[in-house]
Design a protein around this ligand. Structure first.
Ligand code: CTP
Ligand code: CA
Length: 222
């Protein structure tokens, strides 16, 4: 019923969405990751498909059911996500990056399990590629949307990321508390636009926020 009632304002638009965390291997049985559940990205994928978009979802490991009517590309590491996302840039009109990409990975992953008897484990880490920044450099006329989860100074950091990554819009979430951010079913968001405008919306479900976000993207399309 929800699908029938949804406006078809994204008919024929090609949306590329990234969601979930990434995993950076330490050895075959250990990895570095973060608490991203993937719920926000999956909600956007579902909402966009309902509104007529052709949706591709590049997703890190999550416990969620893959949304129907969406092409899903499962990935594990930040490097894999970068490859799969950048490869699909050409075929997208709109790119929305909700993924919580790991910023650091072990400089080398051990091919065999590291035994705890050996010693304390010291891990040299190296930076992963900033996928969104790479997209911003190549976006052309495409609409590019990012997310920023911050524990403090949301306005400053989110607006700074929007600018630095050449985004049309960034969605800022102040995390902390059970009702917003990682793992929650609801979210609190502020939208930051290119023209310097910002808009804070009330606490709502991630599904409702997905539709609200798509309304804003729809306005950027015109
Ligand atoms: N992002 C990305 N590739 C990365 C890191 C982040 O594409 N290697 C994207 C995220 O998907 C998100 C946006 O960049 O849409 C902002 O991510 P965030 O972690 O808030 O910002 P960072 O630039 O990584 O800065 P920091 O973590 O230091 O705050
Ligand atoms: Ca980061």
């Amino acid at each position: 019923l929800e699908t029938l009632l949804a406006p078809k304002d994204f008919q024929g638009r090609r949306l590329l969405i990234s969601a979930g965390p990434t995993r950076e291997a330490i050895d075959p049985v250990r990895f570095i990751t973060n608490p991203s559940s993937g719920k926000m990205g999956y909600a956007i994928a579902r909402a966009a498909a309902m509104r007529g978009a052709v949706v591709t979802l590049v997703t890190g490991p999550t416990a969620l059911t893959l949304p129907a009517d969406v092409t899903c590309v499962p990935v594990t590491s930040a490097a894999e996500m970068a490859t799969e996302v950048l490869e699909r840039l050409e075929d997208a009109d709109i790119i929305i990056k909700t993924a919580a990409v790991a910023d650091f990975r072990p400089a080398t992953a051990a091919s065999r399990k590291v035994k705890k008897e050996t010693a304390d484990l010291n891990l040299p880490l190296e930076r992963t590629q900033d996928i969104l920044k790479a997209l911003g450099e190549r976006k052309g006329g495409r609409i590019l949307v990012g997310f920023a989860a911050e524990t403090h100074e949301l306005d400053r950091f989110a607006a700074g990321k929007r600018e630095a990554k050449n985004l049309d819009m960034i969605v800022g979430n102040l995390i902390g508390g059970a009702d917003a951010g990682f793992g929650a079913d609801t979210n609190r968001a502020t939208f930051y636009f290119k023209d310097g405008r910002r808009e804070t919306v009330d606490l709502m479900t991630k599904q409702a926020l997905a539709h609200l976000l798509l309304d804003r993207v729809g306005r950027l399309m015109r």
